[in-house]
Structure formats: structure tokens, C-alpha cells
Design a protein around this ligand. Sequence first.
Ligand SMILES: Nc1ncnc2c1ncn2[C@@H]1O[C@H](COP(=O)(O)OP(=O)(O)O)[C@@H](O)[C@H]1O
Ligand SMILES: [Mg+2]
Length: 575
Amino acid sequence: MLRQFAAYYKNHWKLFLVDIGCAFLMSSLDLVFPVFIQQLIDQHFPNRDLNMMLRIALILLGLYLLRYFFQYIVHYWGHVVGIRMETDMRSELFTHLQKLSFKFYDNNKVGYLMSRVVNDLNNMSELAHHGPEDIFISSMLLIGAFIILMNMHWQLALITFALIPVMLIFSIKLGEKMYEALKVIREKMAEVNAIVEDSLSGIRVVKSFTNEEYENDKFYEGNHSYRRSREYAMKNMAKFHSGMNLFINLINLITLSAGGYFIYIGSLTTGQMVAFLFYVNMFMDPIKRLVNFNEQFQRGMSGFSRFRELLAVDPEIVDKANAVELKDVDGKIEYKDLTFAYDNQEKVLENINITIEPGKTVAFVGPSGAGKSTLTKLLPRFYEINAGSLSIDGTDIREFKLESLRKNIGIVQQDVFLFNGTVRENIAYGNQNATDEEIIKAAKKANAHQFIINLTNGYDTNIGERGVKLSGGQKQRISIARSFLKNPPILILDEATSSLDNESERIIQESLEKLAEGRTTLVIAHRLSTVINADQIIVLTDDGIVERGRHEQLIKKGGKYAKLYNEEFRTDLAG
Ligand SMILES: Nc1ncnc2c1ncn2[C@@H]1O[C@H](COP(=O)(O)OP(=O)(O)O)[C@@H](O)[C@H]1O
Ligand SMILES: [Mg+2]
């Protein structure tokens, strides 16, 4: 795991070396300052050597300025290294997510993936540079101070350092508790957020059931459990910070007492004593850094391992080594003995045989859950079939390059997904290179032009998040315009009109028929009235394909289709 993490330094190793180099120089300077103080007190003050005092003051000024420079570099460029590594990881992950198949997204929540891409990787930049830097600076300060003090007065140095390991253990233990508590706070906060979001987005339901009291109670619980977790964290933080100070003060006291004795017996100078005190008070920083590192490392590494886990997910559906381009499509589609199951469970489709001639329309009807949508989703290879074959113009779809396959298939569904942006951008999603004229032409064919120009900013109107500012029929017309623009030889219409009112349905039905002209079309319709003209009607039930033929044939046959048609016809009349 560490080795994989280290690999991300590769592109930024020069900057990283600069960062560590400056951290080294900065710590060295911190270590020499007390030595100057000691010399001033022991030699130059007693000798009243004004010249030397002035010179040391100037040297110190120079060193302080140097230290300023080094710290600036460490702080700025150190963070930059981390940020750039994080950016690399985020791009890698996002690109990978774009490749993953429908199956992956069926099984993973978007919210979860978002926090992997955003939050987990945020911790990464901190760990990336603070990790090595903190370890380096802290050990250098502690070891350096130890060596210098051992040279000054080894007995006092040993006494002074005796408490440091105890302090380290104490602070790491309490630090863990503190960060554990902070983790709980984050979880509780997420819970509170979820309650608020759930409750407010459902506010109309809450009110119509007059369940405000109930919602208040739910919120009260969440809110107060959040409060308790924060109070608990504060308690641990208070223990940690006051404990750290107590330790430093104790070490000061021990150094002062023991040092006092050594001055009394004449083995220690006043200047050395002051230097000791300076070093002791410097210890707080490296110890805090080590505690911080401990937490950062755990958090960062767990984020990193989740990151690697996601990267390790196999895209599953990819091009074959010698895949060919699908072009100049006639549009003959053949399902041969095709069998398919989601997640190796029950077979949704078994031994399906269908042939669709170029440019013809085939309509699928049957009860919900029979597998009509699934059947069409196999064609663009959103899912991989388990057995049999599925071919376009005589070639199995697995032989084609995925991109070329999907470019040749247009899909209009019941659920329209529009992106946040303008009407124009959303139509152009069908073909990113389309000119304005082409976009308008597509919109006209989709019966969308009229309503679009009546919007406040016409084609440049922002449609809001997922198109909240448009009606269902308007959204569907934009998605149809998209497909006109894409202009694929093969078309899938999956209950494209089922959530619409009668009026919109009529208009949209009209443009769908225009869209289907000259294309091989697979249509799934909830209303049988829309399938009457299909070249072939396929009745799919849980038992597979039970009937097929043209409308008149099937009606004459008086089977399942005829029954469905009569029921539907009656309800249509009644409605
Ligand atoms: N993404 C999926 N993962 C697992 N099972 C699914 C998925 N989509 C649909 N199914 C199941 O496959 C069966 C057929 O669904 P579907 O093709 O949507 O039926 P239809 O379009 O005929 O109503 C149903 O039993 C459904 O529960
Ligand atoms: Mg369906």
C-alpha cells in the first residue's frame, strides 16, 4: 500500500525534494538559535562585548530572514506537491468511473462514490506532504536537540529527556481518542444533514399528513446526539491540550530544579540552563506533529485503500483486442438463442430469437417485469449477454468497438435525464460538433422549437438542475431533439410517452414517428394504440416470447395480444 502511495510522488519528486530540503534547513536553524543565546549569556554579556553582541544580533536577523524564506517554501510548495498528487488521483479515479459498466452503477450509490472522489482524496493532499515532512522535522528536532544537549551537559540532558517518551505515549493515546471523537462528530453531522434534507424535501408530504411533530422529534434526536458527540470531543481536546502543557511545564520544572542543582555545584552555566529551557519549550511542536501524523496517516491510508479498491474494479465491458469499427449500418438486428441474467441470478431472458430487418419497426408488449427494457439494453452492450448471440448486420456486437456501436444507437426513454445547463447544451449532447442551425433543425423536428423560443432566453435558457424548470413533455421533446441530432441508424424507444398527459403524448408520438422513419426501431409501448403500425409485434411475458406477428394477424389469432388489446382498448375508451 505504501509503495503504491509512493508511486504518486513520481511526477512531483523535484518539488518534493525541494520541500524536504527546506524543511531540513528550517529545522537546522531552529536548532542553532538557542546556541547563540547561550553564548551571549555565558560570554558576551559578562564580557560587556558590545561588538560581539551587535554581530550576533545581525547574524540572528539574517538567520531569521532565511528561516522565513524556508518556511514559506515548505508551507507553499509542500502543499502544492500534495495538491498536485491529489489532483492526479482524482483525475485517475474520475476517468476510471467513466469506464465502469451499468452493473457497477446498479450496485453502488452515487452519494458514496461522490464522497470517494471528493472527501477521501481531500485527506490525501495533507498526508502526501505533511506525512514525510512532519516525521522528518519532528525527528530531526528531537534528535538534534538531544545531541546538542548531551554535548552541553549529559546528565541534565538525560533527566530532561526522561519524560519525553511518557509525554509522547500520553499524547498519541489521547490524540487517538480526540480524533476518534472528531470522526463521530462527522458521522453525526452527516446524520443531521440527512434528516434535514429528507424532511425538507418531503415538506409537502409532511404537511399534508400533519406530521410536523414527528419530524421535529426525529430532528431533536439527531441534533442532540450531534451535540453530545461535540461535547465529548471538546472534553478530549481539553484533556489533550491542557495535558500537553502540563507535561511541558513539568519538564521545565524538572530541568529548572535539576539544572539549579548543577549550577549550584558549578557544572552548568546560566547560558546553558537558558538553552536547555529553550529546547524544552520547542518540544511541544514536534510532539504535536507526531500525534497529528498518526491520525493523518490512518485517515489518509484508509481513504487511499478505498481509492485503490475503486480503481481495481474491472470495467467489465471493454473492446476486444481486434475490435472493428461499426459503420455504414444497414440495421439488421438478430437475437439468436440469447440468454441473460443480472448478477447470475434468475434468468431474465432465455433462448430469445428475434430477427429485425433493416429500417423496420418492432414493437415489444407484455407485462411489466417481463424483460422488455432488458432486451433493448443488451443491444448497446450496457450489459453483457450470458449465452447465444446478438448481431448487427450479421456481426456479433462484441466484435465492434464499443464507442462505434453506441454511436449508432439512439435511445429515448421514459426517464429523461437533462444536465444542468442551457437548452442548447442539452440538445447538443446528441452531437457535440453540431452547428446552431443543426440544433434548431433537430428541435423543430422534435416539435420543441416553438416552446424553446418562448422561454425567457430561448435556446440559452438555463433549465435548472435536471431540468426542474421544464414540464415532462418539454423535457421529452428535448431528449428527442437530441436523438434527431445524433441521427443514429438504430433507435430504441422505451415507453417514451408513458409518463405524459394525453395532449403531450399526441405531440410526442408524432415526433417519435418522424424520428423512427428510415431507422431500425425497437419500441416498447405501454399503449397498444402506438404499436398497431409496427412491422412486427412481439409479446414478451415471464415465459419468454409467446406470440409474434403483425397486428391484424395477432388479433385474428385471438391469443394473448388480442386479450391485451381489447382490455387496453376498453380502458382507453373509458379514460
Ligand atoms: N439493473 C438491474 N439489476 C437487476 N435486476 C434488474 C435490473 N433491471 C431490471 N431487473 C429485473 O429484470 C426483470 C426485467 O426487467 P425489465 O427489463 O425492466 O422489464 P420490463 O421492461 O419488461 O418491465 C425484472 O424482474 C427486474 O426486476
Ligand atoms: Mg421497462
